[in-house]
Design a protein around this ligand. Structure first.
Ligand SMILES: [Zn+2]
Length: 192
């Protein structure tokens, strides 16, 4: 019920606006798009560019979204830093991105997502690249320095939940535990 009341509250404050053929939330134009189509987009990319290519593409694309969302949330809320991180987690949960629970927060964040919309059946590798990118972009904006995100558990590979680590690249590279996930990190710079 939290989700409904949260969004109803935003609408009451005028942060959600329905126009003719347009929906704006916190000043950003959004559109409702079904999850299966979004996942089909990822599948097609993987067919063409392989797992790593598709993962990097979706990661970077979603990082842009995460950064923009963090900027918008900061503008209309009074939150900053760790409070802003928790607030965005609630907002994104309400927006249908799965139930996002922020565990450890700083300097290395651990985020658990239940019911990720990007889970696929019986995969060898994690598949929630949209979430990874979103977290990396949001963290980069909030912490004012480039952050990366790896998914170290995923329901697509048989885990009970999806688990993400968000940190500066050097903190991920410096931890032996994360070595087998380094292929998820984009080798290219992005400035979101
Ligand atoms: Zn996952």
């Amino acid at each position: 019920m939290f989700d409904f009341f949260h969004f109803a509250n935003l609408a009451r404050k005028g942060y959600i606006h329905f126009g003719e053929g347009k929906i704006k939330i916190t000043g950003m134009r959004v559109l409702l798009f079904d999850v299966e189509s979004l996942n089909a987009f990822g599948n097609e990319l993987e067919d063409i560019f392989g797992y790593n290519g598709a993962a990097h593409f979706l990661y970077r694309m979603s990082a842009y979204g995460g950064s923009r969302a963090a900027k918008a949330h900061k503008r209309f809320s009074d939150y900053e830093g760790d409070d802003l991180v928790r607030y965005i987690a609630k907002m994104s949960t309400g927006a249908g991105w799965g139930k996002i629970v922020v565990k450890d927060i700083n300097p290395v964040s651990e985020i658990v997502v239940h019911d990720s919309p990007f889970v696929k059946r019986k995969k060898k590798n994690p598949t929630c690249h949209y979430l990874r990118g979103f977290f990396a972009g949001a963290a980069t904006y909030i912490r004012k320095s480039r952050h990366e995100c790896i998914e170290i558990e995923c329901r697509s590979t048989g885990a009970g939940k999806c688990k993400f680590i968000v940190a500066k690249k050097k903190d991920i590279l410096g931890n032996k535990q994360y070595r087998s996930y380094l292929n998820q990190i984009s080798e290219f710079e992005f400035d979101y």
